[in-house]
Ligand binder design. Structure first.
Ligand code: FE2
Length: 384
């Protein structure tokens, strides 16, 4: 628990500066504090939802009085005459008085990018263990959050077992491919993924809007020669492009590509999105890359189209660089879950001898992060 040691009410109460025992100081605006008051008239004690609109907060809100307590600070807001308590921990967790990121393409501190050096250290969990032990489930889900993927071993080698993995953290995202789809050699495939060809690393279904954010690939048979699964950290690849050729990174992030799929009866999916998607503050939030489903590019200015192609080619070379890849062979009952907004996947070519049968399905990342957040809160409560 953190402790506040000083309170300075500034600018006629429109701002305050708070100092913590470790010496750090954070400023807050009175309007922001009033809007975020945690009293039962502002936020529902039952569900935490806000009970007021921004219009209910007076524009001339200022702090008329403030007092430090053991837990934090009590502030009185004028003209409402409302007193609200804020704990020192809550204020520190929600503080916004910090420098804006300087470089585009930054990623959150909870993420860790990787390259081929992760070979042999692939994050992994055991199906039976994570089913029974919430701490083990939290560890496995946290690996997916941190690295963008994790392997799971020890599952049943049964058709449909992938749904039992998904039940542990979320809900299936059903598509025109069904609740789940089969990945194995076919004589007349409707999608190149169903042949024995090697595939360039890609994110799945960039032609959907929104794109599926998680994919689970579950192995049922794998006696074919080759066919190892391969993953590439798209965020590492994007940051490498940014560092090696910033102008190329700008081109791929500032212009929309187009993606399209019309390979099945009654289906025609299109989406217009950048290959490298940034938040307005420059955070790298998604990579879309799929040579099989990129559509004719129509949204790049004429005089920049050749430069865009050069950037696209450079990014493709980075994706193909063996130094970026992590490979592993899945045995029956093994699977891996990946963040489809970040991690590209592929497989090596495999021969027609023996068999390779995977099942895949999509989930959404918000469900996984919600499950993980609940597990982590429960762990913190148990430790407190
Ligand atoms: Fe795929």
């Amino acid at each position: 628990m953190s402790t506040l040691t000083a309170l300075d009410i500034m600018y006629d109460g429109r701002e305050v500066a708070l100092r913590w025992a470790d010496g750090q100081t954070r400023r807050f605006h009175a309007l922001w504090l009033r809007d975020n008051a945690l009293d039962p008239a502002t936020r529902s004690p039952e569900n935490g939802q806000r009970l007021i609109t921004i219009g209910d907060v007076p524009l001339d809100t200022h702090i008329s009085h403030g007092e430090l307590t053991d837990q934090g600070v009590v502030l009185t807001f004028a003209p409402e005459g409302k007193a609200a308590t804020f704990t020192a921990d809550w204020l520190l967790e929600n503080a916004y008085d910090h420098k804006a990121p300087e470089r585009v393409g930054w990623i959150g501190s909870a993420l860790e990018t990787w390259d081929h050096r992760l070979n042999g250290h692939v994050p992994s969990g055991d199906f039976q263990t994570i089913r029974q032990d919430p701490a083990a489930l939290a560890d496995w889900l946290a690996s997916v959050r941190r690295f963008g993927f994790a392997k799971l071993t020890g599952g049943p080698a049964e058709s449909g077992a992938l749904l039992r993995v998904g039940e542990l953290f979320g809900f299936v995202r059903e598509t025109n491919y069904g609740k789940w789809f089969e990945v194995r050699s076919e004589v007349n495939p409707v999608n190149l993924a169903y042949t024995g060809l090697g595939l360039q690393a890609h994110t799945d279904n960039p032609y959907r809007d929104p794109t599926p954010t998680l994919q689970l690939l579950y192995c049922l048979e794998n006696t074919a020669a080759g066919g190892e699964s391969k993953v590439i950290d798209g965020f590492r690849a994007a940051q490498r492009l940014r560092d090696e050729a910033p102008e190329d990174f700008d081109l791929l992030s500032r212009h929309c590509a187009r993606f399209e799929y019309g390979g099945g009866a009654g289906v025609h999916l299109t989406a217009r999105r950048p290959m490298l998607e940034l938040a307005p503050d420059g955070e790298l939030i998604a990579v879309r890359f799929n040579n099989r489903s990129i559509a004719p590019l129509r949204d790049i200015p004429y005089d920049q189209m050749m430069a865009y192609y050069q950037a696209y080619r450079r990014f493709s070379h980075i994706v193909d660089d063996p130094g970026m890849a992590v490979s592993f062979k899945l045995e029956p009952g093994e699977s891996f879950l990946l963040d489809n907004t970040r991690v590209l996947h592929s497989r090596n070519a495999f021969s027609g001898e023996g068999s390779r049968w995977l099942q895949g399905c999509y989930f959404d990342k918000d469900g996984l992060l919600s499950t993980l957040s609940v597990l982590e809160h429960a762990q913190r409560r148990a430790q407190a």
